[in-house]
Design a binder for this molecule. Structure first.
Ligand SMILES: Nc1ncnc2c1ncn2[C@@H]1O[C@H](COP(=O)(O)OP(=O)(O)OP(=O)(O)O)[C@@H](O)[C@H]1O
Length: 439
């Protein structure tokens, strides 16, 4: 009996110890599993954040070191309170990534980078634009929005958010902003080669070569195509003109000044119109409804401006209309070619580009091409231009690049049958030039 009692007691103790160990093991495994799950959640949420907040350092897709430390004007508390901003640090970098993913710059840093706002690049309708040399070595253009603008803080933040999501190699992309001391500033990539207008009309600047004009025409078309068909929601530029086409270090063109809320201008007859005289879609002027096709019209004017080297505000379109009497819309446009080209252009390419331009400036918007069609047409012109260049690259040894351009023009113009029309340019050009002297 006594032995039996001893055995059952031992059994009970054994079972109890086993159960306790089992429970402890189960709790341990459970805790372990929960810990691993929470780690996985942290990992996935941080990678989600990284993919939704585009971390860009001054417009360049750069690998940035993120930290909570403060290096600029704003206090860390301010940043934390908004709960959605991250400081972006790097050598000489003092900006903060806002909720929209667009770096926010401190007023003090910009003040230093612009030598107290004295490095004026020019004055636009929105206010002055300054060149900023940052301590990081980067150069930006700072557009200081005029204080008299009716835009409030909320509208400015909305504009930054909208602009910040537009990115294309043929746009002057927004790379940052500053909203401090009652000032609103937009920061853009700096375009060292200035505006298309300065190259067409600048006095101390070499005439823009034909091949560059063709490339610029395609670049602008691609930038506009992106705004119309690539951006969500689509963006209508509303002010396509040669001063708003800027050239980067490689002479690639980029469309500037898009997406900004524009003030209306009052015309002589008291109507409120937005845009620039000379580039304005006549259908918009009568209907007051601005569409993508109104941008297409302005683009057509811009193409003719590059072909003729004439300012749309000084009778370019009247000049074009006059030439259109002789041209059938597709050929014969060489008579309006910019005299500064001195005949160094390909007639076929010029006619093809003018044919696109002529369709773009059709008075009936429905008849104008979409920007994607203009891109296709311009791509063919660029292709032709490049294969011509390739052909002419087989030059006699010892020739310089400049000579090759001259040779290229004369060779092509004399070798291709279509280019015999060059002679009619020589005959008809001066006639039209006298009727509309370049002012
Ligand atoms: N990103 C940039 N890089 C270099 N220069 C620039 C840049 N943005 C603007 N500029 C220059 O600053 C000056 C003012 O530009 P802004 O765009 O404000 O006005 P605009 O285009 O000349 O006129 P508007 O405001 O009437 O369209 C111009 O000379 C322009 O070429």
């Amino acid at each position: 009996m006594g032995r039996m009692k001893g055995v059952s007691e031992g059994l009970i103790i054994g079972i109890t110890v086993g159960v306790v160990i089992g429970v402890l093991l189960a709790v341990g495994i459970l805790l372990c599993l929960r810990y691993r799950r929470s780690q996985a959640q942290i990992r996935s949420s941080s990678s989600r954040r990284a993919s939704t907040i585009p971390i860009r350092a001054n417009g360049v897709n750069a690998c940035a070191i993120l930290s909570n430390s403060t290096t600029g004007q704003e206090s860390p508390r301010e940043v934390e309170d908004r709960g959605a901003s991250l400081w972006l640090e790097g050598p000489g970098r003092k900006s903060v990534i806002s909720a929209s993913g667009i770096p926010k710059y401190a007023y003090k840093e910009l003040q230093k980078a612009t030598s107290n706002f004295t490095t004026l690049l020019g004055q636009g309708a929105f206010g002055p634009v300054y060149k900023a040399d940052l301590s990081s070595g980067e150069t930006l253009a700072v557009k200081m929005l005029a204080n008299n603008s009716k835009q409030g803080e909320k509208e400015f933040q909305t504009e930054v958010l909208l602009l910040g999501r537009l990115h294309h190699r043929n746009l002057v992309n927004l790379v940052g902003y500053c909203a401090e001391k009652g000032q609103h500033m937009l920061l853009y990539a700096y375009m060292p080669n200035g505006s298309l207008a300065s190259h067409l009309y600048g006095e101390n600047i070499a005439p823009l070569r034909w091949d560059l004009r063709v490339n610029i025409a395609l670049d602008v078309a691609k930038g506009l195509e992106y705004l119309h068909d690539g951006a969500v929601p689509p963006v209508v530029h509303r002010d396509i003109k040669s001063p708003n086409i800027l050239l980067d270090q490689s002479m690639h063109a980029r469309v500037a000044d898009f997406g900004l809320s524009r003030e209306e201008m009052v015309t002589r007859n008291g109507a409120n119109i937005r845009g620039t005289y000379g580039y304005l879609d006549p259908e918009y002027v009568s209907s007051r409804s601005f569409t993508k096709k109104s941008d297409v019209y302005s683009y057509g004017v811009l193409l003719f401006e590059m072909i003729a080297g004439r300012n749309p505000q000084q009778g370019l379109m009247e000049y074009v209309e006059l030439a259109a009497i002789n041209a059938d819309g597709k050929t014969g446009w060489e008579e309006i070619a910019d005299s500064r080209l001195e005949g160094a252009f390909d007639v076929e390419e010029l006619n093809d580009m003018a044919a696109v331009a002529y369709r773009c400036v059709s008075r009936v918007s429905r008849k104008r091409p979409a920007m994607r069609d203009a891109v296709q047409a311009l791509m063919r012109v660029v292709k032709h231009n490049q294969s011509r260049k390739h052909h002419n690259r087989r030059l006699p040894a010892g020739r310089t690049d400049d000579e090759s351009v001259d040779l290229e023009a004369s060779e092509v113009q004399s070798s291709l049958s279509g280019h015999q029309r060059q002679e009619s340019y020589n005959l008809l050009g001066p006639k039209l030039c006298n009727a509309y002297p370049v002012s």
